[in-house]
Design a protein around this ligand. Structure first.
Ligand code: UDP
Length: 329
């Protein structure tokens, strides 16, 4: 039996592929390569290049392979882009999930682990955020991920497809040997942007807002190593296979770091001074986002191993230094 990893050529998906292969799973990847990279996959991994919104693509995969479970990363994930182009997000993210669940129902595949996000909570009512807290997304990206969770909930009741939804906080870092990492065409994430300064690709990092109600006035986030996220997907699948039943878990380190603290940590890791510009707030950014991951620890037996931000930044630095222009594909 094989595990189908949708979006396995993307940033988090490609780390999960390595983790699942290491664990002895027979892995099959489907990726449209719209934002994913062929080079993020070892040549030995079986890759279908295609868009999961098309039933024919999924029919071929489910016909040619015996799939026991699906790990679903395939989605658009840029907050700003989702605000500018909401229908692109509803079409690709929600449409992709619908097509995938339909194929799973047709082929009697009963397990799915889904890549969700802290963006489903919107402006938090308290920190740390727990899974039962209100979900009021403030952008279409979070809204589509929440809609995907809800689709799985109703389908699980009707068709007996068990799901685990993993709500990531700020995914960061890279595999320790720097062979794969974060490579977006239009980078919007803090750590890669900070590291572009010592790489000589950017003059300065702009801090989005210095008047937040936090100790140093900058936003606080919970950064979680991509390898810990990959591990959580494996644990979630083990949980489903053991009959755990549908469930939702936050994944974060439980510790918050401000934008200024991240820049300081990056200076330490790179040994270089990083030039800073003070900018306005970015629309829709909550002041503080910190996860309670107590439930994932308790139920999945998951413990983040890389809970030191300097280690997370150091691993990202290894990747970016070796691949300053990302993948060459
Ligand atoms: N941020 C920043 N400057 C940048 C990019 C991001 O100050 O050039 C801040 C952003 O406002 C947020 C934090 O860094 O508070 C993390 O942003 P990112 O986009 O990496 O992740 P998000 O929290 O939006 O998922």
């Amino acid at each position: 039996m094989s595990v189908l990893i949708c979006g396995g050529a993307g940033y988090i998906g490609s780390h999960a592929v390595k983790k699942f292969v290491e664990a002895g799973e027979d892995v099959i990847v489907v990726d449209s390569l719209e934002t994913g990279h062929r080079a993020a996959l070892d040549p030995g991994v079986k890759l279908y290049v295609g868009d999961i919104r098309f039933a024919t693509v999924l029919e071929q995969i489910f016909d040619e392979n015996k799939i026991d479970a699906v790990i679903h990363f395939a989605a658009n994930s840029l907050v700003g882009e989702s605000v500018a182009h909401p229908l692109k997000y509803f079409n690709n993210n929600v449409g992709g999930m619908q097509s995938l669940l339909e194929a799973m129902a047709r082929h009697d595949v009963k397990r799915i682990v889904f890549s969700s996000t802290a963006a489903v909570y919107g402006e938090p009512t308290k920190v740390p955020i727990e899974e039962d807290d209100p979900t009021l997304p403030t952008n279409p990206y979070g809204e589509t991920k929440l809609a995907m969770e809800k689709m799985m909930k109703w389908v699980s009741r009707a068709d007996g497809i068990d799901f685990v939804s993993l709500r990531y906080f700020n995914a960061a870092g890279a595999i320790e040997d720097g062979s794969i990492g974060e490579a977006h065409v239009r980078e919007t994430h803090l750590i890669p942007l900070i590291l572009q300064v010592p790489l000589g690709k950017r003059e300065a990092i702009t801090i989005f807002g210095t008047d937040y109600p936090t100790e140093d006035g900058t936003c606080i986030r919970d950064y979680i190593h991509v390898l810990d996220l990959a591990d959580a997907h494996l644990k979630a699948l083990e949980y489903l296979r053991a009959g755990g039943g549908s469930n939702i878990f936050n994944l974060g380190s439980g510790a918050g770091f401000s934008v200024k603290q991240m820049i300081k940590a990056a200076e330490k890791v790179t040994g270089q001074a990083i030039k800073v510009k003070l900018g306005d707030r970015r629309a829709g950014d909550p002041a503080v986002l910190i996860a309670s991951s107590e439930k994932a620890r308790r139920v999945l037996g998951w413990t983040p191993k890389f809970d030191d931000v300097e280690k997370i930044i150091a691993d990202a630095w290894t990747w970016h230094r070796a691949h300053p222009d990302g993948y060459n594909d």
